[in-house]
Design a protein around this ligand. Structure first.
Ligand code: SAM
Length: 296
């Protein structure tokens, strides 16, 4: 594979610095390791991993020497300087985390920032990410979303965080260890309302993958009543505040205007097309509004 390095041509004829490859790895199913990721992990001289034992399974059967560097939350500054030394010596380095995309609720942010500041090429090898996987299969709006990472572990701080987000209009994405789901969902139901649409996406790409949607109150009850739903790892998506409310208001206003301006059958046809109501439901709604208008 050609490791393209857009900046190498501007670096003069001296030794080419190494590239820091930020490599996404599976969040469960090992077949989700991409071809570029597999190739790089099979060839780079240095792999910086959050947990070197966990990541070794990705390179089983690799021939040739590889230096493993451990880079995790508690040693990132020190480990980053070792990685930078290797880049300066001209070695390519692959950065991986235990699962998914490095830096997304995982270590690597300091290293990537420093590597960029020092002028080393940094290039992503994209792939699995639990947040994106949940959004892609969850069915909530994805045109705007915000990644909220892990909610605070302490109950008071967690409630305060949720309350501060109650008015947010975009889809909210949280990482939640499944054992915390009962407490988290019940706090979410208090802050966002029991009827707010949400999705629990648990054990994605694994044997017991479960993706369940519903109101926050119902989801909290379901998870609390089933210990199996409290195992493994989960992403919780919460629909934004205004999405539903705004469309309800618009639909009502639209129906009133149509009922006033058009014969009932035409008004119902337009209302059904715009809102997704059945023709029958739209017709009943128009008739109801006309009756209200007449004071029946
Ligand atoms: N860097 C990873 C990524 O790209 O998604 C996330 C790492 S973070 C330390 C771990 C959290 O991601 C878990 O607690 C869970 O919220 C979420 N997660 C990871 N794998 C998952 C999976 N297979 N199904 C659901 N959630 C998962």
């Amino acid at each position: 594979m050609a490791h393209s390095d857009p900046s190498s041509s501007t670096r003069g004829a001296t030794r080419r610095p190494g590239t820091l490859w930020v490599v996404a790895t599976p969040i469960g199913h090992l077949d989700d390791l991409g071809a570029r990721a597999r190739h790089l992990l099979g060839t780079v001289p240095v792999i910086a991993a959050e947990d070197t034992r966990t990541s070794r399974r990705l390179v089983e059967g690799r021939s040739g020497n590889v230096t493993w560097l451990s880079l995790h939350e508690h040693n990132e500054s020190h480990a980053a300087s070792r990685v930078l030394d290797r880049l300066a010596a001209g070695d390519d380095v692959a950065l991986v985390s235990d699962a998914g995309t490095p830096l997304i609720s995982d270590p690597g942010y300091r290293l990537v920032g420093e590597a960029r500041r020092q002028g080393f090429p940094v290039s992503p090898v994209p792939g699995p990410c639990a947040a994106i996987a949940a959004l892609s299969a969850g069915g909530l709006p994805t045109d705007r979303f915000s990644f909220q990472g892990f909610p605070p572990a302490r109950a008071a701080a967690r409630r305060a965080r949720f309350e501060s987000l109650a008015g947010a209009t975009e889809t909210l994405v949280f990482y939640v260890p499944a054992r915390d789901l009962p407490g988290v969902l019940s706090d979410m139901a208090s802050a966002f309302g029991t009827e707010r649409a949400a999705v629990v996406a648990r054990e994605l790409t694994k044997q017991f993958e479960t993706i369940r949607d519903g109101g926050l109150g119902a989801l909290a009850e379901w998870v609390s009543g089933d210990p199996d739903q409290q195992r493994g790892e989960a992403v919780v998506l919460v629909e934004g505040a205004a999405g539903k409310a705004a469309s309800d208001i618009d639909a009502r206003r639209l129906a009133r205007e149509l009922a006033a301006e058009l014969p009932p059958a035409r008004a119902a046809r337009v209302l059904a097309r715009v809102t997704g109501l059945s023709r029958r439901e739209a017709f009943d709604e128009i008739e109801r509004l006309r009756a209200d208008e007449r004071g029946d």
